[in-house]
Design a protein around this ligand. Structure first.
Ligand code: ASP
Length: 439
């Protein structure tokens, strides 16, 4: 072949594409930082920054493109997974309670650490200048949010009920869309006969298709991350990493507290289950969650671990876990809260109690609405920022360190689902056999 001389050049590209996605992204991240840093030091920003920006923006837009259909199909299939309306009774109530309580614990942990560590404040000042946030825009948004009172909080709940679900979807009012889809799923789950089955199959197929489409978009994440980080470093140098490092540590610490303290305590106090047994039983699923960044992809393993290695009945696990993979995301909820607080601090917004309360509620709803796939939580940040009328540009920042955080929060999400299954099984009188050793 006359193009054979290209082979040595293409070999590294092929080797790169053969790597696991998270390695690709780590490499892209480093390469983006280096490229941006080189531009910053060597000059040429005028020519290169628009190119970096173009790449980053294409990826961000593609992520936004999939939000509406992905959420609609994921919520509806999640509710349908519960089964008949009758089955939603006692088990549903317990599951719902567990999901809400643990997610709230997680969010409050995040909120506490974000207030203590204040990742968006560097040297006593809002980090927006270092992060190259638009100062004018920041000031404009600061005035917008300073007058926020209880009215806007109530409004969020009012706006959750869409007058027109199609318009809500078209306008990107995701909370309204989630509300409609929850009710719709509930209505369909009550339908018996062929019509109900047909609808169920349709939405399951739709959800599968959306998962595939999302995979395609996510496979461009290395490029997107490269563009975004290269732009940031080309414009600001490495200054932006100090606040980002603080943000990263805040999220990791908060996730650690939830994973190693809160959830094990709940297991022990309410289920008399030794946490070490739960970790051991769940190890394969937790590792899968870490490397795939997807609760949904991990679901088969989670179910298998809980049934085969912890002795939870199939009836409980098949009810609690699939719903959990879509609805219960403690790690994501915590992450949403810290990320939004970080952006707010970086912009120098005054975080009144009411505003923080709105952050907690929207973080909870966003974690419910996030699909169990890579980067779903990141996309959800846009919703919270929208709900608060805050600048979406903040998202570009946190995207840079999203992947490693995604791996960790997904692990927490999956572990929380499994703790829910174990606790609910115990409360239903099941005897758990952790690999034949009892609880
Ligand atoms: N990747 C997470 C999950 O699948 C969702 C998220 O992005 O936070 O659980």
């Amino acid at each position: 072949m006359f193009l054979a001389f290209l082979n040595p050049l293409l070999a590294p590209v092929r080797a790169f594409l053969r790597l696991k996605l998270h390695w690709q992204i780590f490499i892209a991240l480093a390469a983006g930082a280096l490229a941006g840093g080189a531009v910053k030091v060597g000059g040429g920003a005028d020519a290169t920054v628009p190119v970096f920006d173009f790449i980053g923006q294409m990826f961000l837009r593609a992520l936004k493109m999939i939000i509406v259909p992905l959420i609609a199909s994921s919520i509806i299939t999640g509710v349908l997974g519960v089964g008949s309306a009758r089955k939603l009774g006692r088990l549903g109530g317990k599951t719902f309670l567990y999901y809400m309580v643990t997610s709230l614990f997680a969010i409050l942990t995040g909120l506490l650490l974000a207030n203590l560590i204040r990742p968006g404040i560097i040297g006593g000042e809002a980090a927006s200048a270092r992060l190259h946030l638009d100062a004018e825009k920041a000031a404009e948004f600061a005035t917008k949010t300073s007058g926020r009172g209880l009215g806007s909080l109530v409004e969020i709940f009012v706006r959750m009920v869409p007058e027109n679900p199609i318009r809500a979807a078209a306008d990107g009012q995701i909370l309204a869309l989630i509300f409609f889809c929850l009710l719709f799923g509930f209505a369909v789950s009550g339908m018996t006969g062929e019509k109900g089955r047909t609808l169920k199959i349709f939405f399951e197929g739709f959800f599968d298709a959306m998962m595939r489409l999302t995979q395609i978009v996510i496979s461009f994440a290395p490029l997107g991350v490269f563009g975004l980080i290269a732009k940031t470093t080309a414009m600001t140098g490495f200054d932006s990493f100090l606040p980002l490092g603080k943000y990263f540590i805040t999220v990791v610490l908060a996730l650690g507290i939830h994973f190693f303290l809160t959830l094990p305590l709940l297991l022990f106090v309410f289920g008399r289950i030794r946490p070490a047994r739960q970790y051991r039983a769940m190890a394969p699923a937790l590792l899968t969650a870490f490397s795939t960044s997807s609760s949904s992809a991990t679901l088969p393993l989670t179910m298998q671990c809980m049934e085969k290695r912890a002795g939870v009945s199939n009836q409980t696990s098949s009810f609690v876990l699939p719903l959990g993979a879509t609805v219960n995301m403690d790690g994501t909820a915590l992450y949403e809260c810290v990320a939004v607080m970080f952006i707010a601090q970086a912009y120098g917004f005054n975080m009144s109690f009411t505003v923080q309360f709105i952050v907690v509620i929207t973080a909870l709803l966003a974690s419910i609405g996030a699909a169990g796939i890579p980067s779903a939580g990141l996309v959800m940040i846009a919703i919270i920022l929208n709900a608060l009328n805050w600048p979406l540009e903040g998202m570009g920042l946190i995207l840079v360190v999203d992947r490693p955080l995604d791996m960790m929060r997904t692990t927490v999400n999956v572990f929380s689902d499994s703790c829910g299954a174990a606790l609910i099984a115990r409360s239903e009188g099941e005897v758990l056999e952790y690999e034949g050793r009892g609880a």
